[in-house]
Ligand binder design. Structure first.
Ligand SMILES: CC(C)(COP(=O)(O)OP(=O)(O)OC[C@H]1O[C@@H](n2cnc3c(N)ncnc32)[C@H](O)[C@@H]1OP(=O)(O)O)[C@@H](O)C(=O)NCCC(=O)NCCS
Length: 248
């Protein structure tokens, strides 16, 4: 893979307030270690809202439940450091159409993604969308590409094979999903309605006016086999990379 590996600066829970400075042009990325290693899950769970605790209960497997508790608790701790609020008092709401936001701090934009034991959170003042995917062989990925990638996107994959195909597939997937998250549509907008241009500098819709016509994509490796894309309406010239929760 020829894309840049992000250089994360480790931050301790104790000095979060020193780095969480809500500057106007900031785009801060947070890599979260969701392994649970060295973490007191029951204490962190107390930071969650009743809705979050109810959602955690729906995870059948303990490790998935714990990852959810960790990512939401870490998210609250980080967002509290930006806003000065108590992490337990932060209330989430939905921006149009379905994008998570902080009810009392609409000026702060956030986007989150998870893959296995790693979480990613983006905090910004411009509209952002983030996605994170593991580069891993899975059954029938070619069919997934057929169902979700437009003709021109598929043509770009057509000349590739093996590890190159898989890396290009994952890269494109994160780019499309980051844009869907920036727009806040999630799956209510088909990935087929959106084409990422070959130079990855722009994308076009088929027939839907989304009200956002200019943004930037930055694709990078979050770790060895983890590809991430940040989509933002502002040119991401001041991205900071922080890591919380121990080595990931
Ligand atoms: C939620 C969604 C946006 C991503 O789901 P996912 O890949 O399972 O999960 P991720 O780990 O990447 O992201 C989850 C986070 O996205 C955020 N999210 C949820 N819905 C969102 C929306 N409509 N807009 C923006 N962000 C959203 C939440 O913060 C969520 O975190 P949570 O689980 O703690 O609540 C999903 O609804 C979706 O639409 N996925 C698109 C899948 C797809 O077809 N991609 C095609 C790419 S070619």
């Amino acid at each position: 893979m020829d894309i840049e590996l992000a250089n994360w600066s480790s931050v301790d829970f104790g000095n979060l307030s020193e780095v969480c400075a809500p500057g106007h042009a900031m785009i801060d990325l947070w890599l979260l270690n969701l392994s649970g290693e060295g973490q007191n899950i029951s204490r962190l769970k107390k930071l969650l809202s009743e809705t979050e605790i109810a959602r955690a209960r729906h995870y059948r497997f303990r490790e998935h439940r714990h990852r959810f508790i960790l990512r939401r608790a870490f998210q609250r701790i980080i967002l509290a450091a930006y806003t000065g609020a108590d992490p337990r008092q932060l209330a989430y709401a939905m921006d149009h159409p379905d994008k998570p936001m902080l009810a009392d701090y609409p000026e702060l934009q956030l986007s989150a993604a998870n893959s296995g034991e790693t979480g990613l959170l983006c905090v910004s003042h411009s509209l952002v969308g983030i996605d994170l995917e593991q580069v891993a062989e899975q059954p029938a990925l070619n069919l997934v590409a057929q169902d979700n990638f437009t003709r021109s996107e598929q043509q770009r994959l057509a000349g590739l094979s093996g590890a190159d195909w898989l890396a290009a597939f994952t890269r494109l997937w994160t780019q499309k999903e980051a844009i869907l998250k920036l727009l806040g549509t999630g799956l209510s907008m088909s990935p087929l309605e959106l084409t990422v241009a070959a130079d990855e500098a722009s994308a076009t819709w088929t027939d839907i006016e989304r009200g956002v016509d200019c943004w930037h994509l930055k694709t990078f490796r979050a770790a060895d086999a983890l590809i991430a894309t940040l989509a933002s309406t502002d040119k991401p010239c001041d991205i900071k990379y922080f890591r919380l929760g121990g080595p990931s």
